[in-house]
Design a protein around this ligand. Structure first.
Ligand SMILES: [Ca+2]
Ligand SMILES: [Ca+2]
Ligand SMILES: [Ca+2]
Ligand SMILES: [Ca+2]
Length: 479
């Protein structure tokens, strides 16, 4: 009798604990209807992305308020964020304690101990090998001189690209015979655009997706100026309150590094496909993708990888790109939609960039936009973060806006680990703070409201996002 009761009480207890979710109390931050005429305070700008947007000084994501008002004394679970980018300086003083370690792999023994197909992958994988660059993928395809679906587009884009270097009549030349007739222009074309420049060092065929095991386990940057990935990682996860550098957004993150984006040239679809798949197969919860291009010969394979990641419960944060253009009219990659078709999955969110002011110039002029393809805005201009060799720097780009959102997503997973990727996307979009005055947008500096150039018309907010989950947990679990 006693024993039965004991078991019964354990059952009850287990049931109670497994149903318990974090309940939070607070008042949602509402729309911002008035802009500020205050001058930008450069002394306070270094962590402006964390500021509370309600205070009217910086349009930050209210993450400091989230920690102080909602998360005090509450422990979160560890979250793995994969950063597909350049290499990352994982020895950096402010990152070394937030690095993902593949516990099932023994380092430097030339054996694939965990059997995932990658030998000695301790912190992620380097799909670029020793190379510091890649020839632009469209040039690579044109040079092969085979017919492919987007060849006319590739010809046109390459012509535009080399015209900037003063080479006229490019379309005619390329259409005739690119490899023979363009060769003599090579000296006047900058390196990554050259037909003859092919630094790919991994020995694989970028068009043959059957071979996925290439590259190596050394994910460190190859040169000091390869700092992009380090900056992105710091925005998400630089160690908080350790007395050095700066604070990342999420406190319980381990960064998995996938080196696939070269400093020169562009990222190859194959490397992106296998980076996404590596992250999904090796435990990542979130993937940050701060890169993009407008020619993608295997974009179908990338979309397949995105849906594969969704099947593994992985959320993806995608930078909208820095052309100051409408991406509903000008296709950019990666994307969860091909030429504005319905989205292939519910796990990818596309982010535009704002700067540190609450006024009509708050949208970064370089930020791409689009009422269909841009989901939400986030701080992405003048963002101070880690760079190579224990250094720090302020950088601007949608590359900085995406990791701001990855940090918020990590915060959500840390406290609500059972949310599906589509639930996280819904939370981030529904809880964004609407901006209700006209702003200047893009290269052509036209004036409109944010809801005309994005799905949400707002700025991501960590405080609102946490409250939203707490208030809608039951319905979110059904997504
Ligand atoms: Ca392995
Ligand atoms: Ca090993
Ligand atoms: Ca720090
Ligand atoms: Ca989309």
């Amino acid at each position: 009798m006693k024993k039965t009761l004991y078991i019964f009480s354990i059952l009850v207890f287990t049931q109670i604990t497994s149903c318990r979710t974090l309940k939070l109390n607070g008042t949602t931050i509402g729309e911002i209807s008035n802009f500020s005429t205050a001058k930008l305070d450069w002394d306070k700008v270094n962590d402006w992305q964390h500021a509370n947007i309600e205070n009217g000084e910086f349009p930050g994501i209210s993450v400091t308020k989230a920690y102080n008002d909602l998360l005090k004394d509450k422990d979160g679970k560890s979250v793995i964020v994969a950063v597909i980018d350049t290499g990352i300086d994982i020895d950096h003083e402010d990152l070394k304690n937030v690095v993902w370690v593949n516990e099932d792999e023994i380092p430097n023994n030339m054996v694939d101990d965990d059997g995932n197909g990658y030998v000695d992958d301790i912190h992620g994988w380097n799909f670029l090998g020793d190379s510091t660059g890649d020839q632009y993928e469209l040039i690579r395809m044109l040079k092969k001189d085979t017919d492919f679906e987007t060849k006319p587009l590739a010809i046109q884009k390459y012509a535009e690209m080399i015209k900037e270097d003063g080479i006229e009549h490019a379309v005619d030349v390329i259409e005739k015979n690119i490899t023979r007739d363009l060769m003599h222009y090579n000296d006047s074309i900058t390196q990554a655009k050259k037909l003859t420049w092919n630094p790919r060092a991994t020995g694989d065929d970028p068009d043959d997706f059957s071979n996925k095991f290439y590259g190596d386990g050394n994910i460190l940057p190859k040169t000091d100026d390869e700092y992009h990935g380090t900056h992105v990682a710091g925005i998400i996860a630089a160690q908080r309150h350790n007395g050095v550098g700066m604070d990342g957004i999420a406190a319980n993150v381990k960064i998995m590094t996938l080196r696939a984006v070269p400093n020169k040239g562009d990222e190859y679809d194959k490397d992106i496909v296998y980076s996404i798949r590596y992250a999904a197969d090796n435990g990542a919860h979130i993937i940050n993708m701060s890169f993009g291009k407008n020619f993608s010969p295997h974009s179908d394979k990338v979309r397949e990888a995105i849906t594969y990641a969704e099947s593994k419960g992985v959320f993806i944060v995608n930078a909208a790109g820095n052309d100051g253009a409408n991406i509903d009219q000008k296709q950019t990659y990666p994307n969860d939609s091909f030429y504005n078709a319905p989205e292939v999955s519910g796990n990818l969110i596309t982010i535009g960039a704002i700067g540190p002011v609450i006024n009509p110039k708050m949208v970064a002029p370089f930020s791409n936009f689009g009422i269909y393809n841009l989901d939400v805005f986030a701080p992405g201009a003048v963002i101070y973060s880690t760079i190579t060799n224990d250094n720090y720097q302020s950088l601007s780009g949608t590359s900085m806006a995406a990791p701001t959102v990855s940090g918020v997503a990590a915060l959500l997973y840390s406290y609500y680990p059972k949310l599906s990727p589509s639930a996280v996307k819904k939370v981030l979009m529904q809880s964004a703070v609407p901006i209700n005055f006209e702003v200047v947008i893009g290269n052509e500096s036209f004036k409109t409201t944010l809801d005309q150039v994005s799905q949400t018309g707002g700025v991501v907010n960590a405080y609102n996002a946490l409250l939203y989950v707490s208030n809608h947990y039951k319905s979110l679990r059904k997504l």
